[in-house]
Design a protein around this ligand. Structure first.
Ligand SMILES: Cc1ncc(COP(=O)(O)O)c(C=O)c1O
Length: 488
């Protein structure tokens, strides 16, 4: 429906939109509300990329259906949330079952049986001794839980610092933000962990990590480091650490009494072709692992921090302290149900193995493109259903049609070029892909694990056509028709 100018009620307020009206809003009306009541600057960005006009009727699997009759293939995967794709029938059925049985969603003054069941299921996928969970609603909150648990264990020993990787992304809440430097997202914020309590190492460089630890060593050979946190596949650039690196990472941590926290928020839950990406490397086991995104089956917000009983006991192991870290929405019934079903789907439908197989198929296709367009593609990288292509952009091209200094949203020429590429794939090929501000020359592909070879062929074929045409035209069109229009 179109939102008509609503008549004020006698008290001066406007009538509420009903749920039916809200579900039936047409795209223009919905965008107007978004601009007025959410974030009009984000809407400008969506506009530039063509995504403001994404008038969505529905979605299933890797497909999104638009009201104008177009069907899109979604390789953006909810930036990692949609391992099972949109509206997986078994997740919908799990929700229906919960509704039919009128399950209790929230009981904060007693244990909820689905929380125990979910934590048990998670433990079955993880190596010993990772058996005790804290449930949360987002990746950032799972990381907050990990950091707080580590602090409880280590600060009594006088330890005060976190070691993290340069250019890491762990979330945008205050604590997780303190360890997040993928872009300038810390800008202007008071951080949960002060800057002097955070030290850095270069990602996937064990010598750099060793040097960072050595720099913190005191006269007795001890150190001040509470924990080292790392993404087991770097999310912004889709970088995979070299074989043996995570083993050395854990060894350095153990030798120096530093807790190892693996952030598997994005790559975990099967995306890499193993349940957790660290499981690609032999017997590596962190002290704490965090997961989110695909855990909710694409329908629910649920996350988990998983650790050992021994560490949990050290942090919270008595009646006074057992509730020191908690949250209102931790482990709501239906979220747990969706997560329990997600884990069963992964197992029953062998989707983790499928992520590996389809990942190899996608990687081969991308490698084929790299061989065909060596001047345009610098690198193809990835694991399972997280693959990426680093582009060799000709920045002069963009600088001829746009003055970047006067543009408030696109702060580098690379983002203009990758924006043009992304929009071209959407406009002309009905394919959705994405890029991250932390790596503006890299196109990301995160298909659902249920993706078919045919759908991946469509992606490769579309990329092939765009690259064959070259992106000069696309860039000029993108700048003239989109960027300049939005800012004129
Ligand atoms: C590796 C990683 N950790 C943490 C987070 C934060 O998760 P959330 O956005 O659910 O807070 C993200 C989000 O993209 C992520 O990629």
């Amino acid at each position: 429906m179109t939102v008509q100018p609503l008549a004020r009620q006698s008290g001066g307020s406007l009538p509420l939109l009903t749920l039916d009206q809200s579900l039936d809003l047409d795209n223009e009306a919905a965008n107007k509300l978004y601009a007025q009541h959410l974030n009009k600057y984000m809407l400008q960005l969506f506009d530039i990329l063509g995504l403001k006009d994404l008038d969505i009727k529905g979605a299933q699997g890797a497909e999104i259906w638009l009201n104008d009759g177009r069907t899109l293939l979604d390789f953006s995967g909810g930036l990692g949330v949609l391992g099972l794709g949109h509206n997986h029938p078994r997740i919908i059925e799990a929700e229906r079952k919960c509704h039919e049985r009128k399950i209790i969603d929230c009981i904060k003054i007693a244990p909820h049986k689905l929380q125990g069941a979910l934590a048990y299921n998670l433990a079955q996928f993880l190596p010993d001794p990772l058996k005790v969970s804290f449930l949360a609603v987002s990746g950032a909150e799972a990381n907050e839980a990990a950091m707080k648990l580590a602090e409880r264990v280590q600060t009594p020993k006088g330890k005060r610092k976190f070691l993290c990787m340069q250019g890491a992304f762990h979330g945008k809440t205050h604590g997780a933000l303190s360890l997040t430097t993928a872009t300038d997202v810390q800008s202007g914020f008071l951080l949960g962990v002060p800057k002097e309590n955070v030290i850095y190492a270069t990602y996937a460089d064990i010598d750099s990590m060793r040097a960072a630890i050595n720099a913190e060593r005191d006269a007795k050979g001890g150190n001040t480091i509470i924990a080292a946190m790392i993404e087991t596949v770097r999310g912004t650039s889709c970088e995979i650490p070299p074989p043996g690196y995570l083993t050395e990472f854990i060894r350095l941590c153990r030798e120096n009494d530093i807790l190892a926290i693996f952030d598997e928020v994005k790559i975990g839950m099967g995306r890499s072709g193993r349940f957790c990406a660290f499981q690609h490397e032999g017997n590596v086991v962190p002290d704490i692992v965090t997961m989110a995104k695909t855990l909710g089956g694409g329908k629910r917000e649920v996350a988990a921090m998983v650790t050992s009983q021994a560490l949990f006991d050290k942090a919270y192991g008595n009646r006074n302290d057992c509730n020191l870290h908690s949250s209102s929405f931790s482990g709501l019934g239906e979220s747990c149900a969706a997560a329990i079903e997600t884990l069963n789907i992964l197992q029953d439908e062998k989707l983790i193995e499928r992520a590996a197989t389809m990942g190899r198929y996608l990687s081969q296709g991308l490698q084929g493109l790299k061989a065909k367009y060596p001047n345009q593609i610098l690198d193809v990288r990835g694991r399972g259903m997280f693959q990426a292509m680093r582009m060799n952009f000709n920045q002069e091209l963009a600088s001829k049609v746009l003055d970047i200094k006067t543009n408030p949203l696109f702060i580098t020429y690379q983002s203009v070029l990758i924006g043009a590429l992304t929009r071209e794939l959407f406009d002309r090929h009905n394919v959705l892909v994405h890029f991250q501000p932390g790596a503006r020359d890299t196109l990301h592909f995160m298909p659902p694990y249920i993706v078919t070879e045919q759908q991946l062929d469509t992606l490769i074929g579309s990329l092939d056509q765009v690259l064959a045409r070259g992106i000069t035209d696309a860039t000029v069109r993108f700048v003239v028709k989109n960027i300049k229009r939005v800012f004129s």
